[in-house]
Write a protein that binds this ligand. Structure first.
Ligand SMILES: [Zn+2]
Length: 485
């Protein structure tokens, strides 16, 4: 098969194609299970395979994909025809940033392939968790497992051949309960990297889940009898369980270069960032250093090589508060440099990814992280806060289509008064404007507060493409934030 692919790629080159690539998925599998109040509510298993071909001809892309690989010549001819037709309507000719030809392999670290674990063992885990969560105060218990396992072989006309095997494991526990007014509250736990080097079935570590199951049921019961979150201005201390989403929505999506260039507007996907901002916009206080790091061990945002065949990188996006980088693929960096009439981006940042063989790659977040700071551990940050609130757990979020304003509700919060953590409050919320908020960053926790959280279902693109990634974030404090409304 691989030789036939190479022959087809070569034959399109002789017909005038500037560039051709192929992503062949010998298999792509997913498995998900949901247990709701002790009942196995849903279990699904999908298996597909296929091939996707991109052709660049006279400044235009053509794409075709099929799960039927019996007529490869027909598939490549279709992609080439699509490019030829598109080339008649080019407004901005596609150019690709330089890259090296690479022959490589990448396997996401795992010991036990979750697809080979018997269903009974997975159900037994859910059952065990369900029983653990069945405590007074809990009216609904939801436990989920999600697994992805796929092999991708990338071949392009520039001499690259890359084989990737990706394994993902996601797990969530959540409990719901009702307070005296009949209002429902939720507390949850999501499996993150947890300091582990691998992410196969072995990351379903019973002792880890037991500890967290106990914690979330206790915290839910504290929320159920809590007073409402006050409405005022105070310092907000975000734990990684909400800090990851703040980073995702107001740094990650805002810095995807296709959004900045206006390609996602139809899907509420603009950005307030402009090409003029790179190198000078003060995005946050000088305590803020954010990066797109696809080289971290064991994260869904670490994938070896992107779907342009560009190696994973660790790129600074915001350096001590100043905007310096973006999340890019090969095409968008060329377009951005041309439109800005200056060299903003020196090559692709290696972040072009497709959700499957039948979709084209677009700019996707890798691991969008915040560097740990020098303001001590969580206790130190609380001790230096006069009037504040500690928040954790994402409950709901809304955000402007250009990522400039936001409103988040969290699952739980603890008030802080005179340097001391006080009682839990319910229905905590906070809101702000992106730049003002990040510029009010007044404390960044040390490595002990940093946690790599996983995102299983970031959505982008039309048609929609679900993508997996990570956010490594420390505890952060922001001053003068509006809470409780
Ligand atoms: Zn997203």
């Amino acid at each position: 098969m691989i030789n036939e692919i190479k022959q087809q790629v070569e034959s399109l080159k002789t017909k005038g194609a500037l560039y051709v690539d192929t992503r062949w998925y010998p298999f792509e599998e997913s498995n998900s299970l949901i247990m709701w109040n002790g009942n196995l509510k849903d279990t699904s298993f999908t298996h597909q395979s296929g091939i996707g071909v991109r052709v660049l001809y006279k400044g235009a892309w053509g794409f075709s994909a099929s799960s039927d690989t019996s007529d490869l010549a027909g598939l490549y001819a279709k992609a080439f025809d699509n490019a030829r037709i598109a080339a008649e309507r080019v407004t901005f000719p596609v150019r690709l940033a330089e890259k090296d030809a690479i022959q490589a392999n990448f396997t996401s670290p795992n010991l036990i392939n979750p697809m080979e674990v018997p269903l009974a063992e997975k159900v037994a885990f859910l059952k065990q968790m369900d029983e653990k969560l069945g405590q007074p105060g809990v009216t609904q218990r939801v436990t989920t497992l999600n697994f992805i396992h796929k092999k991708i072989i990338f071949v392009d006309s520039e001499g690259s051949e890359i084989e990737k095997q990706i394994t993902e494991v996601f797990a969530e526990l959540s409990v719901l309960g009702q307070d005296a007014q009949g209002e429902t509250h939720r507390r949850s736990y999501n499996l993150g990297q947890e300091g582990k080097d691998t992410r196969g079935w072995e990351s379903i570590d019973l002792s880890l889940f037991n500890v967290n199951a106990e914690r979330i049921t206790e915290e839910l019961n504290q929320i159920l009898v809590a007073d409402p979150c006050p409405k005022d201005d105070r310092a907000v201390i975000l734990l990684p369980g909400i800090m990851f989403l703040q980073t995702h929505e107001t740094i990650g999506h805002a810095l995807e270069l296709d959004r900045i260039l206006g390609y996602e507007l139809a899907y509420a996907g603009g950005s307030f960032v402009t090409l003029d901002d790179f190198g000078k916009l003060r995005y946050g206080s000088d305590k803020l250093t954010a990066r797109a790091d696809a080289t971290l061990t064991n994260s869904p945002g670490s994938f070896g090589y992107d779907d342009d065949g560009v190696p994973a990188q660790d790129n600074v996006l915001i350096d001590k508060g100043i905007l310096v980088g973006a999340i890019t693929g090969r095409q968008m960096v060329e377009e951005a440099n041309a439109k800005a009439r200056r060299l903003i981006f020196d090559g692709s940042s290696g972040a072009n990814r497709a959700t499957s063989f039948y979709r084209v790659p677009i700019e996707r977040m890798t691991n969008i992280n915040i560097d740990p700071g020098t303001d001590g551990n969580l206790e130190d940050i609380i001790a230096s806060t006069e009037k504040g609130i500690v928040m954790d757990g994402d409950r709901s979020w809304s955000i402007g289509s250009n990522r400039e304003q936001f409103h988040f509700a969290t699952e739980i919060a603890w008030l802080v008064e005179d340097g001391q953590k006080k009682q839990v409050v319910k229905n905590p919320t906070y809101k702000g404007s992106t730049l003002k908020f990040w510029n009010s960053l007044s404390a960044v926790g040390d490595q002990s507060t940093w946690k790599l959280e996983f995102v299983a279902n970031c959505g982008k693109g039309q048609p929609n493409q679900i993508m997996q990634l990570g956010h490594g974030v420390p505890v952060c404090r922001f001053d003068h934030v509006r809470v409780g409304e």
